[in-house]
Design a protein around this ligand. Sequence first.
Ligand code: G3I
Length: 350
Amino acid sequence: MTPRPAISRAAALVVIALVPLVAVGPAAAARPVPLRALAAEHGITIGSAANLAALTTDRRYRTQLGQQLGSLTPENEMKWDTIHPARDTYDFTQADRLVAYARRNGMQVRGHTLVWQNQNPGWLTNGTFTRDEWIAILVDHITTVVGHYRGQIAQWDVVNEAMDAAGNLRDTIWLRHIGPEYIELAFRAARAADPDAELYYNDFGAGGVGAKADAVYDMVSSLVDRGVPIDGVGTQAHWSAVACSPCGPNMAGNMARLDAIGLDAAITEIDVRIALPVSPEELDVQADLYAMFLRVCMDAPNCDTFTMWGFTDRYSWVPQAFPGFGAALIYDEAYAPKPAETAIRQTLEA
Ligand code: G3I
């Protein structure tokens, strides 16, 4: 397993050290231990995607994120359309503010994402470049962005969602203009720009069994065999609250085969959407799924990252992307803990 970054250990120790202090005194006696401190005791970093608009306008969001979570993934602010709006222009303003917040709160940062087919600027998607120019643009982007945050990012999602459901490389600008080599080029550029950041391939629908999971496994095995610098595979885990069997063992098996080739596994974007209106039964199913994913990660020797795609139902991509669904996160719209939060807490305390 790749050595975990020193910042992770340091942040965990600080949190553990602070816990007895906040628990002292009658007023604070009932305050639950932060999730991040409970997780740190297991060597797990529990985190959330975060968006700058909520962080800057909503004090409760700002407070609860830093108190409960030990890692932050910028939800959109590091994507090409924001951070690289014109060929010769980089704009780190928004991402810098999230990274600064994370540092102030002793949180790790997961960088997301360097190569994707979505949220790319028009100058890129409509550009007519030679293959060499496409390669130069890709390498320059990664070198500049990863270099800008060198030493501040624990894990980068270097390549995101490159595989389709059938297990073929997805038809993207990168595949079309560069060929399959774009994946290897991206990982090599990222490692050169920050040798200490852990480098991940990140995808959905590939964390268990099936054609896509096998194709991702084959692809990353091939990268490892060829000496391409990759450290792990991220499972997004955007789920709906329906019974799922035997997804725990399937996911554990997938993590085990990654471990066998020296790769870490991470849960990178978990949320569990519910058909509205929410029922107590579905909240319980949701809670069971969150706990199951966390348990699989805790049991796997190569998993130390459990990241949710948001933490409060007040801000979530789900209602917009899945009309009729929502309530996918562990705190409700008023920031109260849901059964899923309790289930995570109990899993960590067990
Ligand atoms: O930036 C524009 C803004 O200018 C405009 O006023 C507004 C109007 O709706 O839209 C804004 O863009 C939105 C953007 O988020 C930033 O808020 C897009 O419409 C919206 O589609 C986009 O959604 C994001 C989605 O990725 C895009 O694919 C979600 O917030 C984000 O949570 C989601 O995250 C992805 C991960 O990166 C990869 N894995 C899947 C995950 C969920 O789709």
